[in-house]
Design a binder for this molecule. Structure first.
Ligand code: FES
Ligand SMILES: [Fe+2]
Length: 341
C-alpha cells in the first residue's frame, strides 16, 4: 500500500529530528552514576566523566551490555560486565582481563553531542544541530524563583504535544473552571511572528481568577494582559505572562520524542513574586491538574503524529493561526530532508 504525504513527511521529520537538540534529563538528576535515557528510539547512557557530561549509545562494544548499568570510575565509564572502561570520547582505555595488552583501535563506543543548558541535559544524535538550544530568561535571573514540574510521558508525537501548549480555544472546554470560562470561548486574533528559530505571538485571554497569580478568587474571569508565547523549534515553548506591577509568571516546556508516538516533556515554572519556597508545591499542583486534563485529549488524537499536510485537518483562520504556522514549518523541514544529509 502506498504512503500518504503525511506518512512520508512525518517519517522525514522524525529522521531529521536526529540533527536537532532534545532534552533527555533534568541535569540535577544526573549524579555520579550513569543514567539510561531514550531519544528517537535510541537507548542512550548519559554520565558525568571528569566534570563533562557524556552521552553514549547504551551498548558496550565488547558484548552489547547496557553501559548505563556500569559505574563511573576514575577517568571513565566502566562496563558492568567485564569492566572495560571508556573515556569521555568513548574510547576504551582499560581492559582489565589484559591490563598490559594493547587496546584494539575499534574498541570505542558511539558517542553523541551533549550539552547542559537551562537545567537540562540535551542530546543531538547527528550534529551539527539545526536549531540552537532554547534559552529561558528566568533561569539566570535571580529575581525569579523556578520550580520543576515532574516530567511526564504522553502517548502522542512531540509535535502534537507542542501544538496543545499553544492552542487557546481548548481552555474553556478542557480546562473549564480552572483556566477558561465556557461562556467566554472567543479567541481574539493574534498575529504570529516567525524568525530564524522561533514562532511567537502575544495573546491576552480571559482566565479564571487564580490565587497563585494574586487574584481575588471570588471575582469573575480576569482579562489578562497579553502574554508572549515563543515556540523554539522544534519542540520547546516558553510563556511569559505579565500580571501587573512588574510581576511575571513564566513557563518553559521542552518536549523530546522518545519514539514516533511517545513524548517526554521537561518543564520549569517560574515567578518573580511570592518567592517563599512553601508556595512552590501549589504551583506544581496547579500545573499537574492542567496537564492531566490535556493528556486525556491529546492521547486520544489520531493519528498520534501531527498531520503536517494542512489539508488533513480543519483550521479556523485567526484562531488556529499558530498551529498553521507551526505545521507549515514542520512540513518545510520534512520536505527539504534528504536521507543521509
Ligand atoms: S560487555 Fe562490556 S566489558 Fe564486556
Ligand atoms: Fe491545555
Amino acid at each position: 500500500m502506498g504512503q500518504s504525504l503525511d506518512e512520508i513527511a512525518e517519517e522525514a521529520l522524525y529522521q531529521r529530528s536526529r540533527a536537532m537538540w532534545h532534552p533527555v534529563a533534568f541535569a540535577d538528576d544526573l549524579d555520579d552514576q550513569p543514567m539510561a535515557v531514550r531519544l528517537l528510539d535510541e537507548a542512550i547512557a548519559i554520565a558525568r566523566i571528569d566534570g563533562d557530561v557524556v552521552a553514549f549509545k547504551d551498548l558496550c562494544i565488547h558484548r552489547g551490555t547496557a553501559l548505563s548499568l556500569g559505574t563511573v570510575v576514575d577517568g571513565g565509564l566502566q562496563c558492568a560486565y567485564h569492566g572495560w572502561t571508556f573515556d569521555s570520547t568513548g574510547a576504551c582505555v582499560r581492559i582489565p582481563s589484559r591490563p598490559e595488552g594493547s587496546i584494539p583501535r575499534k574498541a570505542k563506543v558511539q558517542s553523541y553531542a551533549v550539552q547542559e543548558s537551562v537545567g537540562l541535559v540535551w542530546v543531538c544524535l547527528e550534529p551539527p544541530a539545526e536549531f540552537p538550544i532554547p534559552s529561558y530568561r528566568p533561569w539566570d535571573d535571580t529575581s525569579f524563583r523556578t520550580v520543576r514540574i515532574p516530567l511526564y510521558d504522553w502517548k502522542s508525537s512531540a509535535a502534537r504535544r507542542v501544538e496543545n501548549f499553544v492552542d487557546f480555544s481548548h481552555f474553556p472546554f478542557v480546562h473549564a473552571g480552572v483556566l477558561g470560562d465556557p461562556n467566554k470561548p472567543e479567541i481574539p486574533d493574534h498575529p504570529v511572528r516567525r524568525d530564524a528559530h522561533t514562532i511567537s505571538f502575544d495573546l491576552g485571554v480571559e482566565e479564571v481568577p487564580n490565587e497563585l497569580k494574586g487574584d481575588d478568587v471570588g471575582d469573575g474571569p480576569i482579562q489578562r494582559m497579553p502574554s508572549t508565547y515563543t515556540v523554539s523549534m522544534p519542540y520547546s515553548v516558553q510563556l511569559d505572562q505579565p500580571l501587573g506591577d512588574d510581576r511575571h509568571f513564566q513557563l518553559f516546556m521542552a518536549s523530546a520524542p522518545l519514539g514516533r508516538k511517545e513524548t517526554r516533556t521537561f518543564s520549569w515554572c517560574s515567578r518573580n513574586y511570592d518567592l517563599d519556597a512553601s508556595l512552590d508545591q501549589g504551583f506544581v499542583d496547579f500545573q499537574t491538574v492542567i496537564l492531566d486534563q490535556d493528556r486525556l485529549v491529546v492521547e486520544s488524537q489520531r493519528p498520534e503524529e501531527l498531520p503536517v499536510d494542512l489539508s488533513e485537518e480543519l483550521h479556523i483562520k485567526g484562531v488556529d493561526q499558530v498551529s498553521i504556522e507551526y505545521r507549515r514549518w514542520l512540513l518545510e523541514l520534512a520536505s527539504s530532508f534528504t536521507p543521509g544529509s
